[in-house]
Design a protein around this ligand. Structure first.
Ligand code: GAR
Length: 216
């Protein structure tokens, strides 16, 4: 069976990209990366993709006069590469309807909080400062609103009294990698449907809610 062609978009270190590169090495995984695309020419994730022999591209937002022309260029590059599913993996640019509408139902994002709590930046620091008892991460379909859209999978982990934003981020990141792989598999296997803003996953049961215990 043909594997679903992914376009992975990132701006930085690329550990989520790495998790996707790793799982796609397995020929039985139902997806493969057609293009790893960064808006930053110095993003370390570019080397990860090159090391794995995956096609890379840089479209630097600073080379464009406005967001629509930047996003139009990304759409064209991703279409040329035959991309069928966009995976945002630490892509730190706000996206307008030029991009969002083009990939409607065909783009997913990972975010380091239990959405709809804490969209935006510094999620772990904000959760600790609020005295929240759980933190986590979410994979969701892209929508016009930042870090919002129908939720596919979430992982939760307790916040300990000794946690710092960095220790919490490190724990959540492990879970990010795991739920992103699962979500991509479900999309690629055609097991996901949406109704009234809710996501149904055929046969996935409780795999879409993942609990990450603290390990001492
Ligand atoms: C990840 O924690 C991801 O969830 C977050 O950026 C980080 C990228 O790390 N994304 C967002 O905050 C999106 N709003 P990575 O480059 O190591 O994958």
């Amino acid at each position: 069976m043909a594997r679903l062609k992914l376009g992975v978009l990132f701006s930085g270190r690329g550990t989520n990209l790495q998790a996707i590169l790793d799982v796609c090495q397995n020929p039985s995984f139902p997806a493969e990366i057609a293009l790893a695309l960064s808006n930053k020419p110095d993003a370390p994730g570019l080397l990860r993709a090159q090391d794995a022999g995956v096609a890379t591209s840089v479209i630097n937002h600073k080379d464009f006069l406005d967001r629509p022309s930047f996003e139009q260029a990304m759409n064209e590059r991703l279409d040329e590469a035959g991309v069928e599913l966009i995976c945002l993996a630490g892509f730190m640019r706000l996206l307008t309807p030029i991009f969002v509408n083009h990939w409607d139902g065909r783009a997913i994002n990972i975010h380091p909080s239990l959405l709809p709590a804490y969209p935006g930046l510094h999620t772990h620091e904000r959760a600790i400062n609020d005295g929240a008892r759980f933190a986590g991460c979410t994979v969701h379909f892209l929508s016009a609103e930042m870090d919002a859209g129908p939720i596919i999978a979430q992982a939760a982990t307790p916040i300990r009294a000794i946690d710092t934003p960095d220790s919490l981020a490190a724990r959540v990141l492990e879970a990010e990698h795991e739920i992103y792989r699962r979500a991509i598999r479900w999309v690629a296997e055609g097991r996901i449907t949406q109704q009234d803003g809710r996501v149904m996953i055929d046969g996935a049961g409780e795999d879409a809610s993942f609990y990450l215990p603290t390990v001492d």
